[in-house]
Each structure stands twice: as C-alpha cells, then as structure tokens.
Design a protein around this ligand. Structure first.
Ligand code: ADE
Length: 238
C-alpha cells in the first residue's frame, strides 16, 4: 500500500511512522509513505498556502494552487488514483470504509488546515472528503495518521498474526471480547476462571458472550448488522 500525504506540516508524521508495527511495515516495504510539503508548490515569493475567505468571515482558507500543483507533480492527473481530502465535511471513517480503502494500491491524502480547503479542490481534484468523526480537529494530519493506521492493519503481512485483523472489533459488527494476561490475580482482581480451564469450546463461548454483552452495552447500533445465531439471540434476550 502506497500513501502520498500532502501537508503543510510534514514533520507531524516523522515520529509516528518510525515506531511499532507501522514502523516495521514501512521498513519492510509493505507500506510506503511519500510526504509532500504543500508549501513547496506555493506560487508566490512568500510561499503562501492560505488566504482570507471570499465573502468574509473568520480564519483562513487553503489556496487551491499549491495543492493542485502538488498533485500535478505526482503525475496523477486527477481523479486517479484514489485522492482523499481529510476534513469534517466528509463521509465518516469506520471499519467498512477502511476495508474499502485497503483494496486500493495507492491513496493520496490531502490534509486540510484552518477553516478548510478551497472548495474547487474538493469539487475537481478529489474522489471524496473523509472525516474521522463528528468533531473538528486543527487539521487533517491526525486524521491522515488514523487512516494510515487503520488501512495498514488490513494490508496482508502487516500484523504478526493473519487472524488479528479478522478478529478485531467491528470486523463482524461486534466489539471484541475483553483480553487478560498474567498475573492470574492482581490486587485481588482475578482473571475469569474459564480462560484458565483449557476448555477451548468453553473459552470460545465465553468470548462470544462477552463480545455480545459489550456490544449491547456500548454499541447496540452495531447489532443490527451482526450475523447472530439463535444461541446469540437467546443470550441477548436472557
Ligand atoms: N480536519 C478537521 N476535522 C477533521 C475531522 N473530523 N476528520 C478529518 N479531518 C479533519
């Protein structure tokens, strides 16, 4: 998976891309990141990337030309490959959207800042605007990192165990069951007995029920899409 990131703050990405499983995936070449400083494509001697909004109002708007020329320099005549503008006015990211994005070979992520990006970029140069949730960030950089993480987890070979992504929360419209590790007792808080029993069927049943319980408590909206057995339904009712 190849990501091109257009930003006025490339330094935002330096440390996060070096650590943990994502850092390893980049080192192994499973994930490629190309950081592009939008300011390098500014057209005036002050290298301006933003300006006041036409019509008045607070704040600044990102100018269209630096972003357009940064895209042009990638030699990808819009609208291909998949170009995403990060901003709060878009489709909201979730596991299904991440799965959709993971099918692509290359994603171009444009990080908006300030009061937003000149609408002509959204209209003529990008496939879609994506939001990471119903709140407003200072800019799209954190959102781009979120997309890089969630999509990279789904790239074959990135996770140590191929089952991990399949068993993640949301992958079957259910929250994942809780996990425990050693010690068996800490501060008098015990690990559920069944997990120590060695009875694989009982462990599976317990985990399924915990997953159903958590989902019912915190995200009942997900249950409508989950595929539930008659045993699951009976458990949820009881
Ligand atoms: N930029 C500002 N807020 C955002 C959000 N919620 N998602 C993506 N990019 C953003």
């Amino acid at each position: 998976m190849h990501f091109d990131i257009l930003t006025i703050f490339p330094e935002y990405f330096h440390s996060p891309l070096k650590v943990g499983l994502l850092g390893k995936a980049i080192e192994q070449g499973l994930v490629k990141i190309n950081l592009i400083n939008i300011r390098d494509y500014a057209q005036d001697k002050h290298r301006l990337t933003d300006d006041r909004p036409f019509g008045g109002g607070e704040g600044m708007v990102m100018k269209p030309e630096p972003i357009y020329y940064a895209l042009e320099a990638l030699k990808v005549t819009p609208p291909s490959p998949y170009i995403i503008l990060l901003g709060p006015r878009g489709r909201v990211l979730n596991h299904q959207v991440a799965q959709e994005l993971a099918q692509k070979d290359r994603l171009i992520l444009i990080c908006g800042r300030y009061e937003g990006v000149d609408e002509r970029i959204k209209k003529h140069c990008v496939h879609e605007e994506l939001s990471i949730g119903d709140y407003v960030l200072f800019g799209g950089e954190v959102a781009a990192l979120v997309i890089i993480e969630v999509v990279s987890r789904l790239v074959p070979g990135v996770l140590g165990h191929p089952d991990s992504a399949r068993k993640d929360s949301f992958s079957h419209h259910l929250l994942k069951h809780p996990q425990y590790t050693r010690p068996r007792v800490f501060k008098g808080w015990s690990v559920p007995e069944v997990l120590l029993s060695g009875d694989h069927k009982a462990v599976e049943r317990f985990r399924r029920q915990e997953s159903l319980k958590e989902t019912l408590k915190w995200r009942p909206d997900l249950l409508q899409k989950a595929s539930l057995s008659s045993e699951d339904k009976a458990f949820l009712k009881g």
